[in-house]
Design a protein around this ligand. Structure first.
Ligand SMILES: [Zn+2]
Length: 316
């Protein structure tokens, strides 16, 4: 059994995972403004509590799997930058922490890569060898399995920050320092600013809602709200362009789309398929585009798989 945790911006999902199944799950508020060392201790206590409640002990566990919202260096068991979340994370050797706190070995990986490993081993992409996953929502995450291997690259950031690629070369400089960056043109983080900059905003119902997010945009667009329709159209174009660019780069047989906005998959999937059919340069579209199927379990299941892969010759 593996103790798994998936650190997100608003919640930390936890689970006990065995043979590709999450048998017990729980979650904590992320409190991402607090030190990573403090959040790790909270996670360890929650795992211990889950084990106790279900009649297990740490002796029933073989390891720990951590999905982290950072660029990660899996071999060194460290994260490469903090990006304003969980301060102090770059100072931590996660494997050393796990060994000292729980007496267990640990694996870590970027959260979307873990989710892709989950979808690939037991979810939407099961049986495929070349898979691209994109998560649309707060930002735009990306991860790739190429030739049956998780793609990490020379510096461990292969695909991960694909959402920061330039899709408007005359665009303004954004939050990350790049210009015309896809994430700045279609993500929850910038949606309110984008809405307020539209000439239709003052007369839009969006001007009167408490919080502008994609749920609001999809709902008001379906009611005929001009500003919401323009923003939705723009976001669909940005997402489709990102998918197309990633497809051109990684040549997948399947694209798995995840993230909060996929609640509106009935609108998003056909729009992206249509864009690819119309604009793939000279290539017939032979790529399946599907929604992720495992939800919050994906990264926990992926974590168990990665741990087993990494330690299969050293099992306890
Ligand atoms: Zn960016």
């Amino acid at each position: 059994m593996i103790l798994a945790a998936d650190f997100g911006g608003t919640t930390i999902k936890l689970g006990l995972v065995q043979n590709g199944c999450v048998s017990v799950r729980s979650q904590l508020d992320a409190c991402a403004d607090k030190e990573m060392s403090e959040r790790l201790e909270a996670v360890a206590c929650e795992w211990e509590s889950l084990l106790k409640k279900n009649g297990f002990t740490l002796q029933d566990c073989t390891g720990v799997a951590l999905s982290l919202p950072f660029l990660t260096d899996q071999k060194r068991s460290r994260v490469l930058g903090e990006f304003g979340k969980f301060p102090g994370a770059t100072k931590i050797d996660f494997a050393a922490w796990s060994h000292a706190r729980l007496g267990l070995r640990a694996e870590l990986e970027n959260d979307l890569r873990m989710a892709l490993l989950g979808e690939w081993t037991t979810g939407a992409a099961h049986g495929k060898s070349d898979v691209l996953m994109l998560a649309l929502g707060t930002g735009i995450g990306c991860a790739v399995i190429s030739g049956g291997q998780l793609l990490r690259g020379a510096h461990n950031w292969a695909a991960t920050i694909f959402g920061h690629s330039t899709i408007d070369y005359e665009g303004v400089s954004g939050r990350c320092g790049n210009f015309g960056c896809a994430e700045d043109l279609a993500s929850t983080a910038t949606l309110a600013t984008l809405a307020q900059a539209r000439p239709e905003f003052a007369g839009s119902k969006l001007a009167r809602v408490e919080k502008i997010n994609y749920a609001t945009i999809f709902a008001l667009a379906s009611e005929g709200d001009d500003c919401s329709q323009v923003l939705l159209e723009q976001s669909l174009k940005v997402w489709a362009t990102v998918v197309q660019n990633a497809v051109l780069a990684y040549d997948p047989e399947m694209v798995v789309l995840g993230g909060g906005v996929l609640r509106s998959r009935d609108i998003i999937l056909p729009a992206i398929e249509k864009h690819l059919r119309q604009h793939m340069p000279g290539l017939p579209l032979q790529i399946q585009i599907v929604a992720a199927s495992l939800g919050d379990d994906a990264a926990l299941i992926g974590g168990e798989w990665l741990f087993k892969q990494s330690h299969e010759n050293q099992s306890q």
